[in-house]
Design a protein around this ligand. Structure first.
Ligand SMILES: [Zn+2]
Ligand SMILES: [Zn+2]
Length: 353
């Protein structure tokens, strides 16, 4: 089944060698397999992971040549013969988890991101920095038609990832969460989800501009790591009785904040690692971890249910994280800003430009 208006060629950003750059060029449009859909991507968010993929930063092989991108929102224009629960014309999203086996013990227990056969958009398979992208129908995000595809794109990775992290933290309504890297794309989303889930937020990042953005999004306190002489004391002082936050969400892409989090988290609290600084290690004092009963855990991307819940928060008008839109042809400029850590909020690329 296919729409006759699908072209044979399309514009895409292609990484041809590790280290980049991404090259804007025409490539063929692929046909979906029996259990896949072809999505005409209208907008795609740009995630730090896309830069890591291009630079070969992680101990996991990247497909080359590679079309990056895993926050693609668009319209289903073709589908395989086995796909029954999604129709041509439906709105759908390409997310990080492009597909999984659906049969292993992880998939059976809704931990499909842990599947050893998982396909990763813009990493092990081509992603959303192209006008027509393929994904397994079972895994594409279902996007209600009334939602703006441009604004919902960043929910597909940033939104799902931080929402999953907040769920994994076990923090309950009324409790406090510190968000490290709160001024970035993930952080802006995390503040919004935390607030929507009834949590109080201490935002941590660098610079006054990021502080203003965090407060505008609803964080109760902001700790500027470039201005404080004692970050641990400042974070604790921002929470009731100075006991520290019940949970810490680590979205930073530097290693140092990972070491500090166990010092200011509240006893019985949890430290949730989400950001992936290249070649970083976690170090925590065993004594404190034991006698203060601190939980340290990793949180990866969400499963299919987390995805739909994250989109539902957005659909209810509770998530309005800022973004800037530029043409797909200018993607390399975004990578350069990311490299210099100059981005406030999220960039979205428009695949028609
Ligand atoms: Zn991402
Ligand atoms: Zn599996």
């Amino acid at each position: 089944m296919a729409n006759s208006e699908i072209p044979t060629e399309q514009w895409a950003q292609v990484v041809e060698k590790t280290g980049g750059p991404a090259v804007y060029k025409k490539i063929p449009v692929q046909k979906p397999g029996p259990d896949e859909v072809l999505i005409n991507v209208k907008f795609s968010g740009v995630c730090h992971t896309d830069l890591h993929a291009m630079m070969g930063d992680w101990p996991l092989d990247v497909k080359l040549p590679l079309v990056g991108g895993h926050e693609g929102a668009g319209v289903v224009v073709a589908k395989g013969e086995l796909v029954k629960d999604i129709e041509l014309g439906d709105h759908a999203g390409i997310k990080w988890l492009n597909g999984s086996c659906l049969a292993c013990s992880f998939c059976m227990q809704a931990d499909e991101p842990l599947c050893s056969h998982a396909l990763l958009s813009g990493y092990t398979v081509d992603g959303s920095f192209q006008q027509y992208a393929i994904a397994k129908a079972a895994h594409v995000a279902r996007i209600p038609k009334e939602l703006d595809l441009e604004a919902v794109a960043p929910v597909l990775c940033a939104g799902i990832t931080v929402y999953k992290g907040l769920k994994e933290s076990g923090a309950r309504p009324g409790q406090w969460v510190a968000i490290v890297g709160a001024g970035g794309g993930l952080g802006n989303m995390a503040i919004q989800y935390a607030k929507a889930m009834g949590l109080n937020v201490v935002a941590i990042d660098g610079g006054a501009e990021k502080g203003e953005a965090c407060k505008a999004l609803g964080s109760q306190a902001y700790v500027d790591f470039t201005a404080t002489s004692d970050l641990v004391a400042d974070v604790k002082a921002a929470t009731p009785e100075g006991l520290g936050p019940h949970a810490v969400l680590l979205l930073a892409v530097q290693e140092k904040p990972f070491q500090q989090a166990t010092e200011y988290v509240r006893s019985r609290g949890s430290v949730i690692c989400i950001g992936l600084p290249a070649k970083a290690y976690l170090k925590a004092p065993v004594f404190d971890t034991v006698v203060r009963m601190i939980t340290i855990k990793g949180s990866y991307v969400g499963n299919r249910q987390d995805t739909q819940e994250a989109i539902d928060f957005y659909a209810r008008g509770l998530i309005k994280a800022p973004f800037k839109t530029i043409g797909l042809s200018q993607l390399q400029d975004v990578y350069e800003m990311m490299h210099e850590n100059k981005i406030v909020g999220r960039y979205v690329v428009d695949t028609s430009k």
